[in-house]
Design a protein around this ligand. Structure first.
Ligand code: ATP
Length: 270
């Protein structure tokens, strides 16, 4: 069974998250990226990582600055070509089937740019088309997102005129414009005030409940604790640990994710 809403005994709605047999949507094997940096020589930003994600799962990539999160996500979204290893999104190979990978995923980060002179409605229309949502579905999809994100009132105002909270909603809606089954959120709450950050986390929870896969990168422990079904601890381009929070607790004998994170990083440095 994949993620879905179910009726509980009390007749309330509750969310079932990914179960082990849910469809695998993202597969990463031996993925590596090296950069040549002046003065530092070859830097392995990502150093042979393996993981997979399932439908209806929020998969956390937890790491400090420079751990390799963004580089990993850029390879998954076909912005960067891997130096070695493979990655597949919805079965499509990031190197040889880039177009299909891009159709299958949406990428959001705190710095996701919007075109200031387009209106919110034009923005959604543009990104739905660029990411090849079938033409007959575009108009309906745009209106659906405008309603879902409560942007009706300012849907025809230029993005440059909007408040930062409104812009954030448009930016998230833009990421969903082509209705992708896989979403990447790369440190999305950086620079957001607490209310906007909370509403972003709620959107991620909704996306999971719809059965989508969300890969969520962060260095903020409380976010990962709240959101992620499984967490990969990334450090110097390597995955040091991977599991549910309960599994990581059991493996380390520690309760808080912050302590668990420090435990693994210190062991790797020792
Ligand atoms: N284009 C590039 N050229 C050279 N080195 C790079 C490039 N992009 C990233 N790096 C290096 O790769 C390493 C990993 O960077 P990356 O941005 O993936 O980390 P991150 O976990 O996303 O951290 P941050 O939160 O700081 O963005 C760092 O040492 C960084 O300096």
């Amino acid at each position: 069974m994949s993620a879905m809403d179910v009726d509980t005994n009390e007749g309330e709605r509750s969310v079932v998250t990914a179960e082990p047999e849910a469809r695998v949507t993202v597969e990463v094997a031996g993925l590596t990226k090296s950069f040549l940096e002046e003065g530092r020589g070859e830097v392995r930003a990502v150093d042979g990582i393996d993981f997979h994600c399932r439908a209806g799962e929020v998969f956390g990539l937890l790491g400090a600055n420079g751990a390799g999160k963004t580089t990993t996500l850029r390879m998954l979204s076909t912005v960067l070509r891997p130096s070695a290893g493979q990655a597949r999104v919805m079965g499509f190979d990031v190197e040889s089937q880039g177009e299909m990978v891009r159709r299958s995923l949406g990428f959001h980060s705190a710095s996701t740019a919007l075109y200031p002179r387009l209106t919110a409605r034009e923005t959604l229309d543009f990104f739905a088309r660029v990411n090849r949502l079938p033409k007959p579905r575009v108009k309906e999809r745009v209106e659906q997102l405008i309603e879902r994100f409560g942007i009706t009132e300012y849907a025809d105002a230029r993005v440059e005129k909007l408040s930062s909270g409104m812009k954030q909603k448009v930016a998230i809606a833009r990421t969903l414009a082509h209705d992708p089954p896989v979403l990447i959120f790369d440190e999305p709450t950086v620079g957001l005030d607490v209310l906007n950050a909370i509403s972003l986390l709620e959107v991620v929870e909704e996306l999971r409940a719809e059965g989508r896969t969300v890969i969520y990168s962060s260095h903020i422990m409380s976010e990962a604790e709240r959101l992620c079904d499984r967490i990969a601890v990334l450090h110097r381009g390597r995955i040091l640990a991977l599991g549910t929070l309960d599994e990581l607790r059991e493996a380390t004998g520690l309760h808080y994710l912050q302590d668990i994170f420090v435990h693994y990083v210190q062991a790797a440095e020792a």
